[in-house]
Design a protein around this ligand. Structure first.
Ligand code: ZN
Length: 380
């Protein structure tokens, strides 16, 4: 499969180092219910993983869930609850959404389970003089990182101007916060060398990657808005930790879903929750709608467009019902080859979906249709 790599700006073949294709996907921060934007990411990588597995490639796809974050503590404060109660509650809710969307290819990693690794690798970076203490925080020194900014296509000057994690005592304005020992937002960990604090966002992902894959893997996926500073900082940390300039081969990103031209956000009150969609539509309709757009294309949600997929779902169901006993073909046919070529070409789901719908309408190649339905994760 060829898939777009944000790092090189080109489509590249997704290959494994040793026969097991390893992926990490940035999932939601668990302080609220998951929404349509999350569904798009979850369903897209579920499709990628399912396609690879069904094509006979061993694949390990990890969904990374951030459960250490000031937003979680803020919600806890609002609800007079604890951060642990909030994150536990919304992880449970996320699992319900994942199940109701029929996603079964992603393994969950909760970042708070990897704090011990975070402490260990932060100390290792300090020992190598690649990280430093300043006013209670610890930062990664970015001055010696030659390719820092490449993923987000930012020059040194752009990076200086963008200024992340603003705090006094940093050696360079774009040095990356690894351990936050200053801000007290209700989630605390302790280490005798590091003191009290929390591993910061990008370091949480680095800890998961180091624990599970030794920091070397084939694909990292997530929303486009995560390219900078999140993925740029994660890549920098992994480069130092693994002494490898290309610890992750492909960085892949999924476009934004907006509503009336605006980003979905809690403060604007325009969030479409996965569970509200599931109440009205089934998971097939949601998949069909989201796969009708190319994953890299940002798009605006349209209720009327979504509604159109009711009848598509029925067309597919009735085509399959006509020939209940038909089996997925053992050998590739002309139609399955064509379908596969679209998926192989940067996961072109709109073209693949068009063929799937045509095949359902014609109603003559039910066995081929079953193959397509299975790759799309549709359930009949
Ligand atoms: Zn992440």
């Amino acid at each position: 499969m060829r898939i777009f790599n944000t790092l090189s700006g080109m489509e590249e073949k997704a290959t494994s180092r040793d026969g097991n294709l390893r992926m990490i996907i940035c999932g939601p921060t668990v302080y609220d219910f998951s929404h349509l934007g999350h569904a798009r990411i979850l369903l897209f990588y579920d499709l990628v993983a399912r396609y690879l597995i069904l094509s006979g490639k061993r694949t390990t796809a990890i969904l990374n869930i951030t459960d250490i974050d000031p937003k979680i503590s803020l919600r806890a404060k609002e609800e007079r609850s604890s951060a642990a109660d909030i994150s536990n509650r919304f992880i449970k809710e996320l699992m319900i959404d994942i199940q109701s969307l029929g996603i079964n290819t992603l393994c969950i990693a909760r970042t708070s389970d990897y704090v011990e690794t975070a402490k260990k690798i932060i100390l290792e970076l300090c020992g190598k003089k690649r990280a430093y203490f300043s006013n209670g925080n610890i930062y990664l020194d970015t001055s010696s990182l030659v390719s820092y900014g490449k993923l987000s296509q930012m020059s040194r000057e752009d990076l200086v101007n963008s200024r992340v994690d603003i705090a006094p005592g940093k050696k360079n304005p774009n040095d990356i916060l690894l351990w936050n020992g200053i801000d007290d937002f209700g989630q605390k960990y302790y280490d005798k060398s590091l003191g009290v604090g929390v591993p910061w966002w990008h370091m949480q992902d680095a800890s998961v990657a180091m624990s599970i894959f030794n920091g070397l893997y084939d694909m990292h996926g997530g929303a486009t808005e995560l390219v900078y500073p999140h993925h740029e900082s994660l890549l920098a940390q992994l480069q130092v930790l693994t002494s490898n300039q290309r610890p992750v081969k492909i960085w892949n990103h999924v476009g934004l879903v907006s509503i009336n031209g605006k980003k979905m956000s809690k403060s604007l009150g325009n969030i479409i929750r996965i569970r509200d969609l599931i109440r009205k539509y089934n998971s097939n309709i949601i998949r069909l709608y989201l796969f009708s757009k190319h994953y890299r294309q940002p798009f605006m949600f349209s209720q009327s467009e979504l509604n159109k997929f009711y009848s598509t779902d029925e067309t597919i169901a009735s085509a399959l019902w006509k020939e209940i006993g038909s089996k997925i073909p053992h050998r590739r046919t002309r139609l399955t080859k064509e379908f596969t070529s679209y998926i192989e070409n940067d996961v072109n789901t709109p073209a693949a979906l068009k063929l799937l719908i045509e095949t359902a309408r014609e109603g003559e190649s039910t066995a081929d249709l079953r193959y397509m339905v299975r790759i799309f994760g549709l359930v009949y």
